[in-house]
Design a protein around this ligand. Sequence first.
Ligand code: ADP
Length: 502
Amino acid sequence: MAFHKTLERQLDRFLPDAADREKLAPLFQVISHYYESQERDKQLSEHAFSVSEKEYQEVLHNLKEQDEIKRQSIENLRGVLQLLDQRLGINRETDDDLMGVVNDLKLQVVHSKKLKADLQRAKEAAENLAKAKGNFLSVMSHEIRTPLNAIIGNIHLLENEDHLPMQEPLINSLRISSTNLLSLVNDILDFSKIDEGKVVFAENKISLANLIGNMKEVHLYRARENQNEIQITIDPEIPAFVVGDETRLSQVMNNLISNAIKFTQHGVIGVSAKVLHQQSCRAAIRFTVNDSGIGIDKEKQELIFERFTQANSDIDRKYGGSGLGLAIVKKLLELWGSKICIESEPGKGSQFYFDMEFQRCDAPVIPSLKKSETDLHGLKILLVEDTEFNVQMAQRMLTNWKASVDVARNGEIAVTKCGDNSYDIILMDIQMPVMDGITASKIIRKSNPTVPIIALSASNSTEIFGDVVAAGMSDSVSKPFNPNDLFKVLLKWSGEQTKVTR
Ligand code: ADP
């Protein structure tokens, strides 16, 4: 019988006699098992120890890695905090432990919350200020334009009614001064509106050839005063009709042409519209106004587009003007996605130009002019206006144009009169006591969906025009109106029935 090798060795040494071994065999069997189990336990524990050592090394390695990541994260956070601190001007002791970083972050969160609240308050204050400015302008606009309306209208009446020849220069001077005052007021109010980005461009079908062609007639009088000749050049390739804002485009061109005439004596003013390129649905046009006048120094050529800025200090004294015209031109064109450009040489003249892209459209919209184009004979007009001066002036103007006029002093009277009579056109003031023009128009529209209602407003506010459209009014003329503009609008709507779709 074989026993554990250690036991065998011991028996060989201490009990070599085989008979003796035989007798004690069961005992040696037990001892042999004991040795074997001892050896197994030893092997097991050695194995177990080597396994946990490996795991331990792995855990240790992971911990080191985590520690490195933590260290790097803290470093990154610290870097960010330092950047933030620099920006906010905070001086902080550097601290490498995570709690310190967390505390710093908390501080940053509190700080940024405070900044956000401050910003919100500043934003609200700025908005309130802008609102107050807008309201102030709207009120001032109304207050200034209303008396100016009466002044300009009455000058027009004086001009067209019998007057002594010796009064002619006085009337002329009144007309020029009041027109200058009106254009200054309009420029200031317009600039604020454009500056606030409150301009909404109309999208009407317009004939560029007509628009540019008419410029000569509009500026003929001033051009002659300075002995200037106006030469208009219209590219024959120009599309018959395009979609655009006639009023704003005319405003830009009028500004440039007025300047060209103002700063040129005995010279030539060139006005042109040239096709740069066109496809079936779009056309890019270059508009140019050039003159042979005083020109502008190179270093002043950017400055003159700033508001209230003129090329030289003596310009105002010599030529007049507010320095707002080109600022308006620049802003308007920017809002339109275009840019005003200048080339000029002192003593030789100036050239201003800009490019615009239009959508082409072939079918023109021609307002039906059913009445004579020289008077408004037979037209029955309801004039709704509360200011005595304006009533007198408009009444005389309309009567001179041979229209018959009925007057209502407020919206409520207008509503009653419309129930009892039929009118061809209603001229409706907006701000009136008892009932305003917007409310009155809404009521009139319910029973009469077609009569043209033309708003007369001295307000500059864009919202007013939104209200005018919403009330179902057909058109608007802003006060003080140029009598010719009022005549044109009345002519346009005479015999027309409004297509109101509400
Ligand atoms: P205003 O003409 O009312 O002074 P503008 O903004 O229209 O204001 O023009 C600013 C200035 O630019 C003018 O005062 C004038 O110095 C200069 N300027 C504008 N157009 C011309 C021109 N065609 N020729 C010479 N100078 C011009």
